[in-house]
Ligand binder design. Structure first.
Ligand SMILES: Cc1ncc(C[n+]2csc(CCOP(=O)(O)OP(=O)(O)O)c2C)c(N)n1
Ligand SMILES: [Mg+2]
Length: 344
């Protein structure tokens, strides 16, 4: 921080990057939601709308070759880390040109070129994978940081606590980022966690636990920069709890307004806390004009339109290719007699 109380990492270029990443995630997610509603996209999608500040704030603190591990709600992380939009769209359409060759759909994204080695919807499954990648980086001295994004629900799983312990013992370059959006599926956090302050789990393992407003992209970024600094300096892992909220339901485009013990009240409370307008206001105060925002919107929409058209035109995997690029060769016998949406 400067002597005048300002954060010295913050500059206009960074604010524009934060805005652009969050805006790109938001309009991509809204388009995908519309395509699900229209019945054109059939793979189950878990929308990230409302949580954009976490992915943007953290990923903008990383290098291209740092690793990001994430789960079922992963579109935002994939885009913030620099994954290709058209490849993600095509994957969600189940097409051969998708980032996982149409095998994975929304919940199994892959972008090794930007450090995303696979997203996995099994709750908490990628937390130990981030620790494993961190151990590999430490042994190789490659300077990479591994970030694990997971939800509040994942912290009720044993993997979470075991991973914190292991990363702490070996002082691994891992950042555990919990996106506490108050819900796991339709259950409020008060219904299933005995300790709602997730950052305190760090204490049990001797890891700094930090809690931030997950809708404040600058606060998230500042905390992530410090966690990255610690990781690269060999000081070990950090647990970062980002308090945020998903606007849509657990899966699919609806708001799930009538599920859970207090979902409706939470939606009303959190919608006005949209993470994007405060960044727009800062930029306007620094001299940005409406035309600047319009230009970004037009460019992003054009990219999105192209990605959708690319996905529509792309072929499904051919039937004879179905068992390629998958691990389990025994799938052959299971696949017999099943029908798939594939080209012949
Ligand atoms: C081991 C396991 N148990 C249960 C599920 C079903 N499941 C999928 S997502 C989810 C809740 C996830 O909640 P949270 O971690 O808070 O993430 P969010 O959906 O809120 O982003 C559950 C229980 C699963 N995928 N894996
Ligand atoms: Mg959650």
């Amino acid at each position: 921080m400067n002597s005048d109380g300002k954060d010295n990492f913050l500059n206009t270029d960074l604010l524009w990057q934060m805005y652009s990443v969050m805006h790109r995630i938001r309009i991509s997610e809204e388009r995908i939601a519309d395509l699900v509603t229209a019945g054109e996209i059939k793979t189950p999608c878990h929308f990230y709308i409302g949580q954009e500040a976490v992915a943007a704030g953290v990923c903008l603190a990383l290098q291209k070759n740092d690793y990001v591990w994430t789960a079922h709600r992963s579109h935002g992380h994939y885009l913030a880390k620099g994954g290709n939009l058209a490849s993600m769209l095509a994957e969600i359409y189940g097409k051969r040109t998708g980032c996982s060759k149409g095998r994975g759909g929304s919940m199994h994204l892959l972008a090794a070129e930007v450090g995303i080695l696979g997203t996995v919807p099994l709750l908490s499954a990628t937390i130990p994978l981030a620790v494993g990648a961190g151990l590999a980086s430490k042994l190789r001295h490659d300077g990479r940081v591994s970030v694990s994004f997971f939800g509040d629900g994942a912290t009720a799983e044993g993997h979470f606590h075991e991973s914190l312990n292991l990363a702490a013992i070996y002082k691994l370059p891992v950042i555990f980022v919990c996106e506490n959006n108050l819900y796991q599926c339709h259950m409020h956090i008060q219904e299933y966690l005995s300790e709602g302050d997730i950052y305190k789990s760090g204490d049990a393992h001797g890891i700094p636990g930090i809690v931030v407003d997950g809708n404040d992209v600058i606060a998230v970024h500042k905390a992530a920069l410090e966690a990255v600094r610690r990781a690269r300096a060999g000081e070990g892992p950090t647990l970062l709890e980002c308090k945020t909220f998903r606007w849509r339901g657990h899966v699919g485009p609806s708001t799930d307004i009538d599920v859970g013990i207090r979902r409706r009240d939470d939606v009303c409370e959190w919608l006005p806390k949209d993470p994007i307008p405060p960044v727009m206001k800062r930029l306007l105060d620094l001299g940005a004009t409406e035309a600047d925002f319009d230009r970004i919107a037009e460019e992003t929409l054009a990219e999105l339109d192209q990605a959708v058209e690319y996905s529509r035109r792309s072929p499904y995997p051919a039937k004879h290719e179905l068992l390629e690029h998958v691990f389990y060769s025994g799938a052959q016998s299971r696949a017999e007699g099943m029908t798939f949406p594939v080209a012949n």
